[in-house]
Design a protein around this ligand. Structure first.
Ligand SMILES: *Cc1c(COP(=O)(O)O)cnc(C)c1O
Length: 462
């Protein structure tokens, strides 16, 4: 039996899929501080215009430039595995598949967009990219991409991860990037936060403020900002995983998929796998599509759909998304990459329209699932990815109860070889389940007061 389906290089998808072309209700625009839609010109100091064009594009298919394909061939197409050994211990009639994004040089799905973004920036004449990173996955992916293209790279890393995960910083430095802890004293935004909260663990929201400021204040005008998730163009670049998976499922002989799963931080790895299947669902297929998040940062399952800033200092436009509020400082659970206060507007809208059904899972169940996965399939997964595995196991057990031969696919977004301290804490029984208390949620949502509200009509079809 085949357990690993490969594609040849010449079978790689040559276009990205843009769900914005097919959403039942058109995506609402980002808004500026005055409440009016932001214009592409307003984004020009932050992003190169070729990526701004992708951000606002409503074209269904967007060509992947040949030179970007050349960069992607370093590790793509990635394999699609059948989780035969996991299925056996679960004794499930379900067939479980996973797209293995852990094989990229940085160890996650993130280089899929990092190399594309670095390439478009270089085309536009940009010399240096500034970014933030939580657990360090995005910072290392962008550092890798910049090293391939000869761009400078500066990474603001959330303080708590900077202290907990020194190896990610070393990876970034190996690829030639400069990585500093955020909040830092190098930006106005960082200095203001440090003055108020000198011992803050930091947050993605704060680090984004610092990176955007570093980009827009470069006196030479040669720096731009790069974001590893959330935005439309990032999600677009990730759809290569879902498009490859469809070809691979077909080669496995599957005619229908029942359940599609991804963990959701900013939403990009989930969307990358899921959006080509969301299109099938819009066209009438019956598929359960499940973004999974931690109970401690329950953006899709407990927060409202609002307009909010992507960062703490309110430098970014207002995006229509589920948000816990831009001041949200997440509790220090280990899935660092799932601790963002907001969610991709595209993913948010699929949830508002009922195309996707989000789920929250506690961290102990996630680690249990990750350990079972390591002891069956072999791969030690990232703590973020464990949310997808836990949901896949829940679904496989459900299929057993129902006696149904379901086809389940999830995105194995990354390996956990740089995150072993989380596993250690789990073995030492130092981890506990943490649900965000209602008072904390309400306090955090206060940051949304006075902001405009999205006016989105549900289609009622899903
Ligand atoms: C960053 C990261 C995530 C979460 O980010 P998304 O934008 O939601 O994909 C998930 N898994 C891994 C391994 C990551 O590095």
């Amino acid at each position: 039996m085949t357990v690993r389906m490969l594609l040849n290089e010449d079978e790689i998808p040559r276009q990205w899929y843009n769900l914005a072309a097919d959403l039942p209700t058109p995506l609402q625009p980002p808004l500026g501080p005055d409440g009016n839609p932001v214009t592409p010109e307003m984004l020009a100091p932050v992003f190169p215009m070729n990526l701004v064009e992708q951000e606002v594009s409503r074209e269904r298919w967007i060509d992947i430039p040949e030179e970007v394909l050349d960069l992607l061939y370093r590790w793509r197409p990635s394999p699609l595995h059948r989780a035969k050994y996991l299925e056996a211990v679960l004794d499930t009639p379900a067939r479980i598949y996973y797209k293995n994004e852990s094989l990229s040089p940085a160890g996650s799905h993130k280089p899929n967009t990092a190399v594309a973004q670095a390439w478009y920036n270089k085309q536009f004449g940009v010399k240096k990219l500034a970014t933030e990173t939580g657990a360090g996955q995005w910072g290392s992916a962008l550092a890798f991409a910049c090293s391939l293209l000869g761009l400078e790279c500066k990474v603001f890393m959330v303080r708590i991860s900077f202290d907990q995960k020194p190896f990610r910083k070393i990876m970034m430095e190996t690829w030639g990037a400069n990585c500093i802890a955020s909040p830092s004293d190098q930006t106005q935004a960082g200095r203001e936060i440090l003055a108020k909260h000198p011992h803050t663990p930091g947050s993605l929201g704060i680090a984004i403020s610092e990176a955007v400021e570093a980009a827009v204040t470069d006196p030479a005008g040669e720096t731009r900002y790069s974001l590893g998730s959330v935005l439309n163009h990032v999600v677009l670049h990730q759809t290569i995983t879902g498009l490859e998976s469809k070809k691979q499922l077909e080669k496995f002989g599957e005619k229908k998929v029942d359940v599609v799963i991804g963990c959701a931080g900013g939403g990009s790895n989930f969307a990358g796998l899921a959006f080509p299947f969301v299109l099938d669902k819009i066209n009438g297929a019956e598929i359960d599509i499940i973004p999974v998040e931690p109970f401690s940062c329950p953006t899709l399952t407990a927060a409202p759909f609002v307009y909010d800033h992507g960062d703490t200092a309110k430098m970014t436009p207002l995006l229509p998304m589920f948000s816990l509020g831009h001041d949200f400082i997440p509790p220090p659970i280990h899935a660092g990459g799932l601790r963002y206060h907001g969610m991709s507007p595209l993913v948010s809208q699929t949830v508002v329209e009922g195309l996707c059904a989000p789920r929250a899972i506690h961290q102990i169940e996630c680690y249990e699932s990750a350990v079972l996965f390591a002891r069956t399939e072999g791969i030690i997964i990232a703590p973020e990815t464990s949310h997808a595995v836990a949901a896949a196991i829940q679904e496989a057990k459900k299929a057993k109860e129902e006696g149904k031969e379901k086809v389940i696919i999830f995105n194995l977004s990354g390996h956990g070889l740089m995150d072993l301290t989380g596993y250690q804490k789990y073995f030492d029984e130092e981890l506990f389940d943490y649900a965000l208390p209602e008072e904390d949620l309400q306090r955090s949502l206060k940051a949304l007061e006075g902001l405009p509200k999205p006016s989105l009509a549900k289609t009622g079809r899903w």
